[in-house]
Write a protein that binds this ligand. Structure first.
Ligand SMILES: [Zn+2]
Length: 477
């Protein structure tokens, strides 16, 4: 080998080594540089979103985090989310994710893709009714407003069964279609009228002929009713006919007759004074009877069991044509108004006493303090409301007054005051409140003038009967 050749080989070896070193350096450096580049990029772009357009269903809860695919070198607390999404309204809303100065934007499209819930039912009707989709709908609900229509509109006006398609559409155009059955029948039955039982009324009173009347039809929900009561004369006793004519929209008509009997009222058009004496008997009862006899007048005595030494006068009241009636046995508000049971126990006692002493069974009542009393509320709230109803159901009648002599306002109220108050009424039926007790001497003194005054005005003086004008007060308890 020559020296020259040796030199040449050495040179080649050196060159090869340099090449290997360079290659190795590049092979190590390039990925390092690339990796550091990616890392730098990722550090400055830490948020990766799934979508920039998010389609979201109306009313579904919206969580903006669900749109975040990946976070690099960042935690959730490094990200600020600003969302304007309103899931209650259709529309496009911006949502942005902010992290290390970078803003990532997306759009939330709130959409409604759910069709309405629709439940239908069959519908039966006559041949006249206009058919609307609503008739078949049991339920039509959606998050937005539902519009109902027929998918296959028709007249369907002959007898038969039709299949109708009900379309329920929401405001986004989602639709649900259901098939329902329409049954058209010819209506041949007239409406039925109820509440037209025959009725009796006292002369001079009136009846509201439409009260309590109901009309129903198998097909027409709103049948017509006409009432003709032209021939009824409430002033003249007799039996009259009222006609009720009903008609449905298919033209079926029926007439029902109601008989109205106007009964004679002996007090009709007559002026009557009912003199009433409460709380007796007393030492004055005989004197009162004497005056009544003298003027040929009758009166009513609402008695108690508190002065029974005078009970022998009760028989004389009845014998002279006046009436003994029931006020209460004890007249003790705390006792008689303690309860309904307490009231009726007391009523039985006074009733028994009157039967024994006067030989009559009275059904006429006067409540202590009248039916309008408020004292009873202290012992039993609501009692008078119950009693006024229940005594009548048990066959009694209670009487209040429409003229007060005011003899209960104190003892020895001057007779002229009593006369003035007791003669202040000009009603057709006057029920005058007076008292028959040992302390009410001036009431006895006033009585003749009271009778004389009303007699001069054309009034009769009668004792109460169960049918007499009851002068009811309005109940306050
Ligand atoms: Zn009394």
């Amino acid at each position: 080998m020559t020296k020259r050749r040796k030199k040449k080989r050495n040179f080649r070896r050196k060159r090869h080594r340099a090449f290997l070193i360079r290659t190795a350096v590049i092979a190590l450096l390039v990925p390092l540089l690339a990796a550091s580049g990616i890392l730098t990029y990722l550090y400055t772009h830490p948020v990766v979103l799934k979508d920039t357009v998010i389609t979201h269903e109306l009313m579904e809860p919206f969580d903006p985090w669900e749109n975040v695919k990946q976070l690099f070198f960042a935690d959730r607390q490094d990200v600020t989310i600003k969302s304007e999404a309103d899931i209650t309204k259709l529309g496009d809303y911006p949502v942005s994710y902010i992290c290390r100065g970078h803003v990532y934007k997306a759009t939330v499209k709130v959409k409604d893709t759910t069709p309405p819930v629709l439940k239908v039912r069959p519908y039966t009707t006559d041949l006249t009714e206009e058919i609307t989709p609503e008739k078949f709908v049991e339920e039509a609900t959606d998050l937005t407003e539902v519009t109902l229509s027929f998918k296959n509109p028709g007249t369907w006006d002959k007898e038969g069964t039709y299949e109708v398609q009900i379309d329920a559409a929401d405001t986004s155009g989602n639709e649900t279609v259901k098939t329902a059955e329409l049954i058209r029948k010819k209506d041949v039955t007239p409406p039925v009228v109820q509440g037209v039982e025959n009725v009796e009324v006292l002369q001079g009173r009136t009846v509201d002929f439409s009260e309590g009347i109901t009309v129903t039809d198998d097909m027409d929900p709103d049948p017509q009713l006409s009432v003709n009561s032209d021939q009824v004369d409430f002033a003249t006793p007799g039996t009259y006919e009222v006609t009720y004519t009903t008609k449905d929209r298919s033209g079926n008509e029926e007439t029902t007759i109601r008989k109205v009997t106007v009964k004679k009222d002996r007090d009709y058009n007559r002026k009557v004074v009912y003199l009433t004496f409460d709380d007796g008997p007393s030492a004055h009862t005989d004197k009162i009877l004497e005056i009544l006899n003298k003027y040929n007048a009758k009166a009513t005595f609402f008695v108690t069991g508190n002065n029974q030494k005078h009970n022998d006068v009760l028989k004389r009241i009845v014998d002279q044509g006046s009436v003994v009636a029931l006020h209460t046995y004890t007249h003790d508000y705390a006792k008689v108004y303690a309860s309904e049971e307490a009231y009726f126990d007391d009523l039985q006692k006074i009733s028994d006493m009157v039967k024994e002493a006067a030989g009559v069974e009275s059904k006429l009542i006067r409540f202590p303090g009248g039916s309008s009393n408020t004292v009873s509320a202290q012992y039993c709230p609501g009692l008078m409301t119950k009693l006024t109803k229940d005594v009548q159901e048990k066959g009694y009648q209670y009487f209040d007054w429409n003229c007060d002599s005011t003899d209960a306002s104190g003892n020895n109220v001057p007779a002229e005051t009593l006369v003035k108050n007791a003669t202040s009424s000009s009603a057709q039926h006057i029920n005058i409140l007076m008292h028959d007790t040992d302390a009410k001497g001036t009431t006895v003194d006033a009585l003749p003038d009271i009778i004389k005054y009303y007699r001069s005005q054309g009034y009769a003086f009668e004792a109460l009967t169960i049918d007499s004008y009851p002068a009811h007060h309005s109940v306050n308890n």
